[in-house]
Ligand binder design. Structure first.
Ligand SMILES: [Mg+2]
Length: 392
């Protein structure tokens, strides 16, 4: 059995371009689907996949670990840069899809069978716009409350929001009070049975991240995400130690050694590895084993497309430490035309039962994908009040 071709199909879906990766074999009808979506870097990733192709064409797709080692270690540079680790992930997911199809079982069955009956989904309420926090603060907090209520009415038992304004490296009470007002409005709207998460998008400095974490501690968040840059390991650890709220991070880490460093300092309680950026299932399973040693939970980052979601769910049904799956609530209206999924969602409580189809269980309609060609993403730019560059 041989790999004969690796193709990328780019599908523009609202704010991002989904990059589907198709690995073709010499066996009639046997193909694998992966995803390598990386916002604002679409051409870089499709180019990186082109660069990896000469390593893989003619190789046996069943030798997944062997091929992963080739993709990671050959070509001199290791695969840890996000463009390449995303390209590797897209191909790796497709190879596991092929493995499932060869054996006629869903991917989670390849790794020892399912470890739970269902997976809970959460949605994202958005937010995080500087002007909205300060121009109409009362209305803005109220809006968070309304969005929270709407998510619960849609069946979600958990949701995330960017209820923290962007801040300069050091600011006073104003942004902290603004964040408190928004989180308070959400808690008041949904009560204590619902899990609320707040994502800082790694915009605060460690000092501001600490202040937000302490101010929001009384609201008993399910988790508090990226309170400072992911490379500030000692600061993540300090914040995680200072509050009882579990700290979450990991979506921008791309390889096992980076997670080792994070876990060793206890920089988080929830590991948000991204299956499409951390080298796919092959590396993610190593990261999960390492997280397990530290009793750190898994909640993969997943704002991308349908193959990424299918991958997150296959992973979730096979990993004991997996707690919840991120989902895109208001996706493109033509999603079902592009993809058929193997799992089903109970809309009344937004839980997912396992995929029954082989591999990732997804079927991509290539003609429908071609109706939505690449479009340049809108630049997301944040500047502080004084004009200096901030993080988005
Ligand atoms: Mg995040």
């Amino acid at each position: 059995m041989k790999i004969t071709e690796i193709e990328t199909l780019v599908c523009h879906a609202r704010m991002r371009n989904w990059i589907f990766v198709k690995v073709v074999t010499d066996q009639p009808g046997l193909i694998g689907w992966g995803e390598a979506t990386l916002e604002w870097h679409t051409r870089g990733v499709t180019g990186a996949i082109e660069d990896l192709k000469p390593l893989l064409i003619g190789e046996d797709p069943r030798r997944i670990e062997h091929l992963w080692q080739m993709m990671w270690r050959q070509h001199f540079w290791h695969g840890s840069g996000v463009t390449r680790s995303t390209a590797i992930a897209g191909i790796d997911l497709a190879l596991w899809d092929i493995a499932g199809k060869i054996h006629g079982v869903p991917c989670h069955e390849l790794w020892g069978g399912r470890v739970r009956d269902f997976v809970r989904l959460y949605c994202h309420l958005g937010g995080g716009n500087l002007e909205q926090f300060y121009e109409t603060p009362v209305d803005h907090a109220k809006q968070f409350g309304e969005l929270a209520q709407a998510a619960v009415e849609d069946g979600f038992s958990a949701f995330k929001s960017m209820a923290v304004p962007p801040t300069m490296p050091i600011e006073g009470a104003k942004p902290v009070r603004a964040a408190e007002a928004c989180v308070s409005a959400m808690r008041e709207a949904v009560g204590e049975e619902i899990d609320i998460m707040v994502d800082c998008h790694a915009r605060p400095s460690p000092a501001m991240g600490m202040r937000f974490a302490k101010a929001l501690e009384p609201f008993e968040l399910y988790f508090f995400e990226e309170p400072c840059w992911p490379e500030n390991l000692e600061s993540l650890a300090a914040i995680n130690a200072a509050v009882s709220t579990p700290i979450a991070t990991g979506e921008r880490l791309t390889h096992l050694a980076a997670f080792r460093d994070l876990f060793e300092v206890r920089g988080c309680e929830i590991c948000q590895l991204d299956l499409t950026h951390c080298g796919g299932f092959t590396e993610a399973r190593r990261i999960a084993a390492l997280a397990d040693v530290h009793r750190i939970a898994l909640a993969p980052h997943n704002p991308q497309g349908p193959v990424s979601t299918a991958a997150s769910l296959e992973f979730g049904f096979s990993q004991p430490g997996y707690i919840i799956c991120e989902s895109v609530h208001n996706d493109v209206p033509w999603r079902d035309d592009v993809v058929q999924e193997g799992f089903s969602v109970d809309q009344s409580n937004r839980t997912v039962t396992p995929n029954q189809k082989p591999g990732l269980g997804v079927e991509i309609n290539e003609d429908e994908v071609r109706k939505h060609p690449f479009e340049q993403e809108i630049p997301q730019r944040v500047f502080y009040e004084d004009g200096a560059v901030g993080d988005w």
